[in-house]
Write a protein that binds this ligand. Structure first.
Ligand code: 3PG
Length: 218
């Protein structure tokens, strides 16, 4: 499932909900712009409730949980309806408990990548991408780690996402740039839809040969 997710969703919004009232209009704004796989981070007290709400109320969205730091957080997110799980790092406990789940374990070193691969995860979250060296780092490891692909997140935005998507071992990018906090705070949902649409268009332009537009949106 993670392979399909990454293939059909080259851009995954990393959504942190501070106010539960924002969850629905924000998710709908992103989906309207063509970004339908939503990672809801477990960083706020309302995160689990937001996952439950979006899984029920936004049929066009694939709702996942991000910032999964423990097995109990994973269990709560799954019970709330999360369909995929993302972590900024990965412990042996998480790798084992989520071995059969659609899970993107976070990695930032080659040894972590090898450990996650040994545990069966060939698609991993490269985080925090820009601080770690960005596409230069990823290109350097593409040959030795030739069966691992990454969802890169951390410091990615409209101005550098194309470079990531044109890197051979990058399957997708994630980030929060298409929903700046001020737009969320002011309820400027159509501006967020425009930024989401811009991200979709950049993804299509970055991979004209491999991305089918309807798959990006669907
Ligand atoms: C993540 O958890 O992936 C990051 O917080 C998203 O990164 P960004 O906020 O720099 O886009």
């Amino acid at each position: 499932m993670i392979e399909q997710l990454i293939r059909h969703h080259p851009v995954i919004p990393v959504v942190t909900i501070d106010d539960l009232e924002d969850a629905l209009p924000l998710a709908e704004a992103l989906v309207a712009g063509g970004l339908t796989a939503l990672e809801i981070t477990l960083r706020t007290p309302v995160a689990i409730e937001a996952i439950r709400l979006l899984a029920e109320e936004v049929p066009g969205a694939i709702v996942g949980a991000g910032t999964v730091l423990s097995v109990s957080q994973y269990e709560q997110a799954k019970a709330a309806g999360a369909e995929f799980f993302v972590a900024p790092g990965a412990t042996a406990t998480l790798l084992k408990a989520l071995a059969a789940q659609p899970f993107l374990p976070g990695v930032s070193t080659v040894s972590e990548m090898l450990r996650a691969q040994e545990a069966g995860f060939n698609i991993q979250k490269f985080f925090p991408a820009e601080s770690l060296g960005g596409t230069a780092f990823l290109r350097s490891i593409a040959s030795p780690l030739n069966s691992v692909k990454f969802c890169a997140t951390g410091g990615i935005a409209a101005d550098n996402m194309t470079d990531y998507l044109q890197t051979s071992n990058v399957g997708s990018v994630g980030g929060s740039w298409m929903m700046p906090k001020t737009l969320v705070k002011n309820g400027q949902w159509s501006a967020i839809t425009e930024l989401a649409q811009q991200a979709v268009n950049l993804a299509i332009a970055a991979r004209p040969a491999s991305v089918e537009p309807e798959k990006v949106i669907g």
